[in-house]
Design a protein. Sequence first.
Length: 401
Amino acid sequence: MYKYIVVLFCLLFQNIKAQENLVWVLPALDNDVVKQLNLENNNFNNATTLDPLFAKLLLQKKFKSNEKIRIVHIGDSHIQADLMTSVVRKEFQKQFGNAGRGLLFPLPLVRSNGTGDAIYTSKNYWTGHRITKKDTLNPCGVAAFVMQTNDLIAGFNLKLRNEDTFDKITVFTNKAVNEIDLSYNIMENDLHCYKQNTGVNSFNLHRETSSITIKLSANDSIRYYGTSLEKNNGGIIYDAIGANSARYLDYNRTNLFWEQLPALKADCYIISLGTNEAQDPNVNLETFIKNVTEVCTKLKFISPEAVIIIATPPVSYYRKTQPNFTVQSIANTLIKFCNNNNYAYWDLFNTSKGLDGASIWKGNNWLNTDLVHFTNKGYDLQAKLLLLAFANSWNAFLEKN
């Protein structure tokens, strides 16, 4: 953290100010949309804790350095589908450079919903589950999922849409895997053998590619936890880690997740959880905040220089009958926790007009028919609100420096 602050002061002596080309300008929200929100709440509170992140972003923006800045967004079903986070990722990479797609998991191979920017095929049959299932024999890893096959030789093909490319790949497997074979660009083939596999292995490819075939060999069942796709240049990597029905508790009790997470080398964590805890009107808020504290403590332990942003959960209904009052309790509890412990937070709940906002979002078809999840328009609006909060804090950082 401190080296970036020192470098930042050096830059200031070179008269680096908030020049027009550094200011982050986003398209204005439609006036009719603005009237149905509480935009005065749409900012990062305790924002000075984000200065180390903004200092890194300033270096990247000004000098186009070769450094990667990694944002890891952890959440539940709102994050698993990558509808909101894909919009945020594209805008961040537009502003600060594209350092790669980041963490992916082959959700279609285990018959779950996932991101739309990657295609997977496999000749093997895989079983899998998400982090909400407590399974000590087959725990989930860094992507909040695991998939397994009893075949001793197995693999899959991954292809990115939209002409995106990568030339570095990190593969997360169980330690029983003793051979990883990477095939790409038709003629390129890299074979790696291990006497003792660590479970996290990174490879620089000979050239950029948009697709790759990963073949694994093992002396026991193969377990796969995810793939990180990167470019060998500087910029932003924006990971979305989410699982349907996930809670703070589910992440806390999954040890392998915490063992693998440091490999991402995050500079910023965004936590978007609380929706599923709020489905229980009798939720114990004292127990809830203990789980929040544990997550934050673990993040600070594995990434002591990373900044943390906690989001309050979005508006929703309880059993489709009425606005969910427990979401308000969860939001208020998170805000108090962040203020007491000096964590940055983004108050999505009150930006959405709180309890009154549930009916507003429903009336605008921003809420989906289950009145807990959101339509594409709803997630797109949430993305724009998060980006606006980032842009406002970034521009304020430029102004004061």
